[in-house]
Design a protein around this ligand. Structure first.
Ligand SMILES: C[S@@+](CC[C@H](N)C(=O)[O-])C[C@H]1O[C@@H](n2cnc3c(N)ncnc32)[C@H](O)[C@@H]1O
Length: 165
């Protein structure tokens, strides 16, 4: 049986492997990257260090990140994602090249309910060919779930892609 430490390590290793994979796969796209859930800012810091030439917007209801990992104010979208995702779609349209979501806490049932709630808000934001990396299984109508890259652990991270028209 996996210990909580095993699960935590698997999640972190998987997050990095899936992010690196999706960043590389979408590198030729010009659209912005959306980070949903800043937290301490570790994954934002990782994304920022690896993404070149694309704007990175962070969605967070209560910014409390490490000072080294705090996005500029004009790239921070404050508020609850159930409000800010539809507002962003109305303002920007389906432009995202990559969306990363790490919004959950320790309650797996609550995380799953929230993933079901936001899946239809995330899906229309992706540009054709755009990818989504999530710590929780998502419930998309039209996105394809991709096999995990080497180094990621099944069930600890999920990767989806919108088909190119
Ligand atoms: C697990 S932390 C993210 C950790 C981050 N990936 C890191 O590497 O440090 C989850 C974050 O999502 C934010 N969050 C959770 N639900 C949210 C919601 N409905 N709207 C906006 N932010 C939310 C929380 O405030 C928290 O900062």
């Amino acid at each position: 049986m996996s210990s909580r430490l095993d699960v935590f390590i698997d999640r972190m290793v998987s997050q990095r492997a899936c992010l690196d994979f999706a960043i590389a796969e979408t590198a030729a796209m010009a659209g912005p990257v959306f980070e949903l859930g800043l937290g301490n800012g570790r994954t934002y810091h990782h994304i920022r260090s690896r993404v070149a030439g694309r704007d990175i917007y962070v969605f967070e209801r209560a910014v409390a990140s490490h000072p080294d990992s705090t996005p500029p104010e004009d790239r921070t979208i404050h508020g609850d994602v159930t409000d800010t995702l539809p507002e962003t779609l109305a303002g920007m349209g389906p432009v995202a090249s990559l969306i990363h979501a790490d919004l959950g806490g320790h309650n797996l049932e609550k995380n799953d309910r929230f993933a079901r709630l936001i899946s239809p808000l995330v899906e229309p934001l992706l540009a054709p060919g755009g990818m989504m990396v999530s710590s929780d299984r998502m419930y998309f109508d039209g996105l394809m779930e991709l096999p995990l890259p080497a180094g990621a652990v099944e069930g600890r991270c999920f990767v989806y892609q919108k088909a190119v028209d």
